[in-house]
Structures are given as C-alpha cells and as structure tokens.
Write a protein that binds this ligand. Structure first.
Ligand SMILES: [Fe+2]
Length: 121
C-alpha cells in the first residue's frame, strides 16, 4: 500500500500544485491544493496542512523547508460550518539555495490522507 498518493492535479483535487518563482538565489514556492478542482473546505472535510521539502541534487536526505497549517474550517459555538470563516489551502515558502534539486510538496486531507507532488528546481 502506498502511504502517499499522487495523480494529475488537473483531474484530482487533492494534489498539491507547485508554482516556482526564482530570482538570483531566492526561491519563492507557492503550493495550492484544489487549483483546478476545488477541494471541499468544511468542518467535516478539509485540508489540514501543506509541507514543502527540498532534495538538493546529490544529497541523500531532503531538507524540510516548512509547513503551513489550516486551522479554521467553519466551526463555532453554534456548531459545524456556522462561523463563515475558512482558511484556504494555499501556502507560500521563500528560501535561498544555490543548488538545483527536487521540490516535494505534501498535503494532508483529514479524510483522504497524504498526497504529494514533485517539481524540479
Ligand atoms: Fe479530501
């Protein structure tokens, strides 16, 4: 059984989409879940977090760039889906590197588990 699922983001709403912008040694990476097909965002079903890792060419172990948590999904004292406030599963990471390598984005859906995608830097 595969722990991490993956698919084409254009047809699967869970796949994190990696967008890269580079200037000199500064790298901006935006990771979006549900870019083409929006993922549900309710108290019962939502994306909990996105993480980004970087595996520099020639390295044995990846570097953990960061993690963004999404902690508000409509809940309030009135009950589920009543607050009208929902954090959206989009994360932005900025880091410096002089090396090329592989970016690995991982997202976690509270119902459908772990999803990943990769992109060359
Ligand atoms: Fe889901």
């Amino acid at each position: 059984m595969e722990l991490f699922q993956t698919a084409d983001w254009k047809s699967e709403k869970h796949v994190p989409v990696i967008e890269i912008e580079k200037s000199d040694d500064l790298v901006d990476v935006k990771v979006v879940v549900g870019k083409e097909i929006p993922h549900p965002n309710t108290t019962e079903h939502h994306i909990k977090w996105i993480e980004l890792l970087f595996l520099p060419d020639g390295a044995k172990f990846p570097v953990h760039i960061g993690r963004t948590e999404f902690n508000t999904h409509g809940e309030s004292t009135q009950g589920p889906n009543t607050s009208t406030v929902y954090t959206e599963p989009t994360a932005v990471f900025r880091f410096k590197t002089e090396k090329p390598g592989k970016l690995i984005a991982v997202s976690f859906c509270n119902i459908h588990g772990l999803w990943k995608s990769e992109a060359e830097l």
